[in-house]
Design a protein around this ligand. Structure first.
Ligand code: TXA
Ligand code: MG
Length: 328
């Protein structure tokens, strides 16, 4: 177990990136910025390090991890790319897209990280610190979002500190994540299928593929798949109850606004506006940080205004629905 560690927080620079590489090489756990959210990294080839990563997150070990690579060649060494996967990697990497592909027989990633599946999730993040850390280690880095299981994903180093202090070795602070929601996950195992809406809008992917994305095939692993029906709820869940598509504010509620605030907003215990100009890109970047901030004031309930389901709105609404789901 890693409990009781001294967690160091360092500004991301050349020296701390080199230190991150050494720490990962020694089997340690390092949180680092990506363009989507902060990740908690371990050496993808080191089974015991990955076991410690699952323990630090409090995450069930059968939920597989994304292998982060520094270039497309690094991903090709792990997974088989079909024509659709090649097109998507060319169009969107580095960027907020994860591809689930057939695992190559000679893939070096530990079985624990892929939960024994014959597929593997790979991603080349669009962040210089993340890419430099992968290069410093010289091997792929598996990294889930750097939160305790059941909390919203971290978009700042302070969020990581709040969740994982004492449980991991090192956090590199590279400022707030610019995208703010996790990567979009597309499986190219058969016909390309959307497994998780995220930081790359569906329409952009469908334009490059020239066809609509399929629904996930039966049996596909979903975002933090529940152990049993009814256990899904607590992922992404703040303590406060979320009331979605709110058109007003009820007494005692905090307000997570989008665009022009509704009647009664002055009564809210606190108001945070995801985007005053109703810009979905800005709203995605603010989402997790504002959910954490509103949760911290201990309001029993948070009214959330309606978010259009286009562009990044699909990912925002997916995360809000999870946060609002009844607790398991
Ligand atoms: O933006 C992101 O993707 C962030 C940053 C750190 O890169 N990472 C992230 O990782 O969100 P995580 O572990 O929180 O979510 C990864 C999701 C999980 O829900 C997991 O079930 C799914 O990817 N996944 C991983 N491997 C898979 C596979 N072979 N088949 C289906 N789903 C898979
Ligand atoms: Mg996560």
């Amino acid at each position: 177990m890693t409990a009781g560690l001294v967690t160091r927080l360092l500004p991301a620079d050349r020296e701390s990136v080199a230190e991150a590489g050494r720490t990962l090489n020694a089997g340690g756990l390092v949180a680092f910025p990506t363009e989507t959210v902060y990740g908690l990294g371990a050496d993808a080839t080191n089974g015991p390090a990955i076991a410690r990563l699952y323990a630090a997150k409090g995450r069930p070990a059968f939920n597989p991890l994304i292998a982060h690579v520094a270039d497309v060649a690094g991903a090709r060494a792990l997974a088989s790319f079909d024509a659709a996967a090649e097109r998507l990697a060319t169009a969107f990497w580095p960027g907020p897209l994860t591809l689930v592909l057939p695992k190559r027989p000679d893939c070096t990633v530990a079985d624990l990280a892929t939960a024994g599946l014959d597929s593997i999730a790979v991603r080349m993040p669009d962040h210089p610190v993340a890419l430099d850390i992968v290069r410093a280690l010289g091997r792929p880095v598996v990294a889930p979002s750097a939160n305790r299981s059941g909390h919203v994903s971290p978009t700042t180093a302070a969020h990581v500190m709040a969740d994982l202090r004492g449980l991991i070795d090192l956090i590199l602070d590279g400022g707030p994540a610019t995208v703010g929601v996790e990567s979009t996950i597309v499986a190219c195992l058969d016909r390309p299928a959307l497994l998780r809406p995220g930081g790359l809008p569906r329409a952009d992917i469908e334009r490059v593929l020239g066809m609509p994305l399929a629904e996930p095939p039966p049996g596909a692993i979903e975002l933090d798949a529940p152990l049993a029906p009814g256990m899904l709820a607590s992922h992404y869940a703040p303590k406060a109850q979320l009331r979605l598509d709110a058109e007003n504010v009820r007494p005692g509620e905090a307000l997570l606004a989008f665009g022009v605030v509704p009647p009664g907003a002055e009564r809210a215990s606190r108001v945070l506006n995801l985007s005053v100009t109703a810009d979905l890109v800005e709203a995605a970047a603010n989402l997790f940080s504002y959910l954490r901030a509103l949760d911290a004031i201990n309001s029993p309930a948070i009214a959330v205004m309606k978010i259009p389901n286009e562009g990044l709105g699909e990912a925002i609404n997916d995360r809000l629905a999870r946060a609002a789901a009844p607790r398991g």
